[in-house]
Design a protein around this ligand. Structure first.
Ligand SMILES: [Cu+2]
Length: 640
């Protein structure tokens, strides 16, 4: 009898846990024109002196956002007259001062509004109404250098209300200033989102230049060649854009219709930057280390099975054959990166020598799990250090992972031992190290030497020499939504000299449990591994360094240091591990918002004893964790 009841309970649990069945997708009309993708390398139109003549049409097409055997869906798309439709739309790229002679035609039966074609010319009034089957002629001059995009939607809708059919009406606009044009790449992020009319799951695919990973274009670069990336966000959501292996210099943060360079001394040096909805991000970097690298959105749900149509049933007959979509793969074997990820392949320069560590310090980092540790009895996945020969208990897990204290310029060999029963891969986020130990399964490395995930009971040695002192996260780079949310994250501190823990404080905001439902966002978070973290004690009159790490995979996190009446002031001193130059390291109100993967260091000095709190919370309403800060009198009175 007990066994029967047990079986029923088990069956119920399985039923509850099983992800909902996928639904049929809308189908393109028979004979619809295929929409192709492109990398924004060839400008549209014909240039005659200072006049660019270009003719754009909106047509209905069939788009395949992923592989050749993955689903095809209907979209409206831009085409240059006489050419096939493309996603993103044709690139408009001219020198500053060029006159645009544009013919705009609507070949569909829907009334549309096309916006953003005249950046710097017109902002609030820059909407071109284009009734069904209508044609309009426009003539204007582009005078303001920058990165922009144009976008269309159904009449009566708006940028943030686009769902699927009109969601790919986007194209890049680049206006080049005088002088030589730098080598650059242009990336347009877009999203096709299909809801259903009840609470069944939606279908969504997120793409860069018309394709989702692993089908995004590979970017070929040469070691040391400086490169400019222009990233355009045609999605009404934020994206923390992370570059593996290198810091980048932010040249401009714009909007689709407005852009302008940041004054040179103020340009931030970062490896992750929050790209706002309808925003643009222009940055420069030099890929100084060869190998395979990534640029990706660091929200786990923008780079996992959430944002793929792969496996969607193309019609209702097939729908029952497909289940199991979207939920984080419980055992990482099924997991694959998807969505907003671009691969960079940096060819070695002549005379490049592969990195070799000599006299490396050894660190043994165990990846383990501990059941019933998190909210709702969820299992914690995480790390513990083995010191010497005494092996930590198999269920010993530190939340967050132990702080890895590294010395700048000192080689280290971190042996990651996988005591989980699923594969993993660990990424040393922001460290400028060789590609092979970078931790992205089936990608990191070069040529024949590619990192593959660390199987259960196997281990991997990451060898590198950290070149820059600062604050960095380390985290799982496999099945991120599941593994990072369950605790596989921690801080790396690279220092020139030993830190004084009385004055140097590490504060890690990260995940504390799995999302519960299919595609639902996690409301679970931890600060320093706790939902109720113990207070920090600071000394009045002393300058303290607060190292803030934002590594929750699902949330933008706001940190505010305040008491009941006042927001404190602190001095920003480092971002993502890079020290700020004096001109940027200013005192400011103690508030910062960061996406996953970002870190920021601040100096704080309270002149008098008292109580403060660091409020750590999700920017969108979700969760709030206060960290009490007690400022005590100085240990010894200052000498007379
Ligand atoms: Cu994103």
């Amino acid at each position: 009898m007990a066994a029967v009841i047990g079986a029923v309970v088990l069956a119920l649990q399985v039923q509850i846990a099983a992800p909902p069945t996928r639904l049929p997708l809308p189908k393109p009309a028979l004979g619809a024109i295929r929409v192709s993708n492109h990398g924004n390398t060839t400008p549209a139109g014909a240039l005659n002196g200072k006049v660019l003549t270009v003719s754009l049409e909106v047509v209905t097409g069939a788009w395949r956002p992923e592989g050749d055997t993955d689903p095809e869906v209907p979209i409206l798309a831009f085409a240059e007259a006489g050419k096939g439709p493309v996603n993103p739309g044709p690139l408009i790229r001219v020198r500053q001062g060029t006159e645009i002679a544009l013919t705009l035609s609507n070949r569909t039966d829907s009334s549309l509004v096309i916006n953003g074609l005249r950046p710097g010319v017109s902002t609030t009034t820059d909407s071109v109404h284009l009734p069904a089957r209508a044609t309009r002629e426009l003539r204007y001059r582009l005078d303001t250098p920058g990165t922009y995009f144009y976008g269309g939607w159904f009449t009566g809708s708006s940028f943030s209300d686009r769902l699927w059919l009109d969601s790919q009406l986007n194209g890049a606009i680049v206006v080049d200033g005088p002088g030589a044009v730098r080598a650059d790449r242009i990336f347009v992020l877009s999203e096709w989102f299909h809801p259903y009319d009840d609470n069944r799951p939606f279908e969504v695919v997120s793409v860069i230049n018309g394709k989702g990973w692993p089908h995004t274009d590979r970017i070929q670069l040469k070691q040391g060649d400086s490169t400019r990336f222009r990233v355009i966000n045609a999605i009404p959501l934020w994206h923390p854009m992370h570059l593996h292996g290198f810091f980048y210099r932010v040249v401009a943060r714009g909007m689709w219709n407005k852009d302008g360079p940041i004054p040179e001394p103020m340009r931030p040096l970062v490896n992750t930057d929050l790209l706002q909805p309808a925003g643009t991000l222009t940055f420069d970097f030099a890929p100084t280390t060869p190998g395979n690298w990534l640029m990706h959105c660091h929200f786990s749900f923008h780079m996992d099975e959430t944002v793929t149509l792969s496996g969607s049933p193309p019609d209702s007959a097939a729908m029952n054959a497909h289940a199991g979509h979207g939920a984080p793969a419980a055992n990482g074997s099924e997991h694959r990166m998807r969505g907003l990820v671009v691969g960079l392949q940096v060819a070695p320069a002549r005379g490049h020598n592969e990195y070799r560590a000599t006299n490396a310090r050894e660190i043994r980092l165990l990846a383990q799990k501990d059941s019933n540790r998190l909210i709702n009895q969820a299992t914690a996945y995480g790390f513990v250090l083995q010191r010497g020969d005494s092996v930590p208990a198999r269920d010993s897990v530190l939340l967050p992972g132990p702080v890895l204290e590294l010395v700048r310029g000192q080689p280290v060999r971190i042996k990651v031992v996988n005591n989980l029963d699923e594969p993993t891969g660990i990424h040393w986020h922001g460290l400028e190290i060789p590609s092979f130990p970078d931790g992205v399964p089936d990608w990191s490395g070069m040529g024949n030497r590619i990192f593959h995930s660390i199987a259960p009971r196997d281990s991997f040695v990451a060898e590198f020499t950290p070149p820059r002192s600062g604050t960095y996260p380390y985290h799982s780079h496999l099945n991120e939504r599941h593994q990072i949310n369950s605790g596989m994250y921690g801080a790396i501190i690279v220092s020139d000299q030993p830190r004084d823990p009385k004055r140097d404080h590490v504060i890690v905001a990260g995940g504390g449990g799995l999302p519960l439902q299919h595609k639902a966002e996690s409301h679970f978070a931890l600060v320093n591994g706790r939902r109720f973290p113990p207070p920090l004690t600071l000394e009045a009159g002393t300058t303290h360094r607060l190292r803030l790490l934002s590594i929750h995979p699902d949330w933008r996190v706001a940190f505010t240091l305040r008491n009941d009446s006042t927001v404190a002031r602190w001095r920003a001193v480092a971002k993502d591990g890079a020290e700020m130059p004096a001109i940027q390291a200013t005192e400011r109100p103690a508030h910062v918002e960061m996406g996953p993967g970002e870190t920021a260091d601040f100096e704080f000095r309270a002149m008098t004893p008292g109580r403060w709190r660091l409020e750590v919370k999700s920017v969108e309403s979700g969760w709030y964790i206060p960290l009490e800060i007690i400022v005590v009198p100085p240990a010894a009175p200052p000498p007379e």
